[in-house]
Design a binder for this molecule. Structure first.
Ligand SMILES: [Zn+2]
Length: 373
């Protein structure tokens, strides 16, 4: 009986959590960066998840289970919350949050009033509240530079991706090689941190790829693939960014790259179709201009360096791009289904040139956006 009650209680808590009361749109002064800070209703009161605050303000969190406190550091200032208590300690002063800190499912929720305190008391120069939206102003320009790039070699493990018909080449092997070459070029020549969603032959779900990029606060996400088509004559290079697929061909590629979800468990498949992903989708649309620009740069460099047919920049609705909160593109280097291109894709020289093309476009994009700030 007790268990039943607990389950009912949990359901009520979760369903009330799922209903976003509203959210703050977050923008950053002198930057293309954008974010959202959701507001959660708990017992009818407005709360914000402390991890959303951490992300929004590029902060850090330390939880101490022994003293039952949470330390949040934002704008280089430390503040302390106590579990199930309505005070925040900032400097030598304590401020009343009017409602207790809540802990649900391991997440800490602080009363929305904390945002008002940040804007009005703690960081009036850095946090500006404007009609339900937040404008963040980091004093250090460091925050605006493109510093972290996540490269995503498509497929892996049980998912081989496209398979070449003439030499039995696996897409997962070729794209991993190209990706590692891009990483080496970026690290040798640019002051950036480069992270891979996989660096060996393993299966990584589509959701985990972008989740990783989000967790690492990546500034750019690049998914690298080889194309395939029923028509063995099809050839050339294409770069995609997110949208609902525009053309018949784009829809075919979209169907192929999204097919990987058949390897994933039913739970995660359900997740892609959930409202959550629609929200993610909306977030990604905020980066459409930047993604489209990076696509143009990459497409130009690919065809120039590889001498491949220019199939143009395209838009498609790839699951792997949908969860990324940053400019994100998907590169189809060339066609594994085309005998001539499969042969080329296997060579070190062609892989080097593909890597160089992707690297040069990232360099151009970084130089442009770093200078703007
Ligand atoms: Zn692929």
């Amino acid at each position: 009986m007790k268990h039943k009650l607990l389950i009912i209680l949990l359901i009520i808590i979760f369903s009330s959590l799922a209903l976003y009361a509203k959210e703050y749109a977050v923008s950053y002064l002198n930057s293309t960066r954008k974010d959202h800070l959701p507001i959660h209703k708990i017992d009818g009161k407005n709360y914000v998840n402390i991890y959303d605050i951490e992300r929004t303000f590029d902060g850090s969190i330390e939880v101490d289970q022994i003293t039952q406190t949470v330390e949040l550091k934002i704008f280089d200032q430390l503040m302390t919350f106590s579990f199930f208590n309505n005070w925040v300690h900032f400097g030598k002063t304590s401020y009343n949050l009017h409602n207790d800190i809540e802990i649900i499912d391991g997440f800490f929720y602080v009363p929305e009033y904390f945002i008002n305190l940040c804007a009005n008391k703690f960081f009036p120069d850095a946090v500006i509240l404007d009609n339900g939206s937040i404008i963040v102003h980091f004093a250090s320009m460091e925050k605006y530079l493109i510093k972290t790039i996540v490269l995503d070699p498509g497929h892996g493990g049980k998912d081989s991706g496209a398979v070449g018909r003439h030499f039995g080449t696996y897409e997962k092997d070729i794209v991993l090689k190209i990706t590692k070459k891009v990483k080496a070029l970026l690290e040798q020549n640019l002051d950036v941190k480069v992270l891979l969603t996989r660096s060996d032959d393993r299966f990584v779900s589509l959701g985990d790829r972008t989740e990783f990029a989000n967790e690492q606060h990546a500034d750019i996400f690049v998914s690298i693939h080889c194309n395939a088509a029923y028509n063995t004559k099809a050839n050339g290079s294409e770069v995609y960014y997110l949208s609902t697929a525009q053309t018949h061909e784009a829809r075919a590629v979209e169907a192929m790259e999204n097919e990987v979800i058949k390897f994933e468990d039913p739970e995660s498949i359900k997740r892609y179709k959930d409202l959550d992903f629609i929200l993610y989708d909306m977030r990604q649309t905020e980066y459409l201009n930047e993604s489209s620009e990076l696509s143009d740069m990459c497409q130009k460099e690919l065809t120039r360096n590889l001498g491949t047919k220019d199939n143009g920049v395209r838009q498609a609705n790839f699951y792997v791009l949908r969860g990324a909160f940053m400019p994100a593109i998907l590169v189809e280097v060339a066609y594994l289904s085309n005998k001539n291109e499969e042969k080329k894709l296997r060579t070190d020289d062609f892989q080097n040139r593909a890597a160089k093309a992707i690297y040069v476009s990232l360099k151009q994009f970084k130089e442009k956006y770093d200078k703007m700030n």
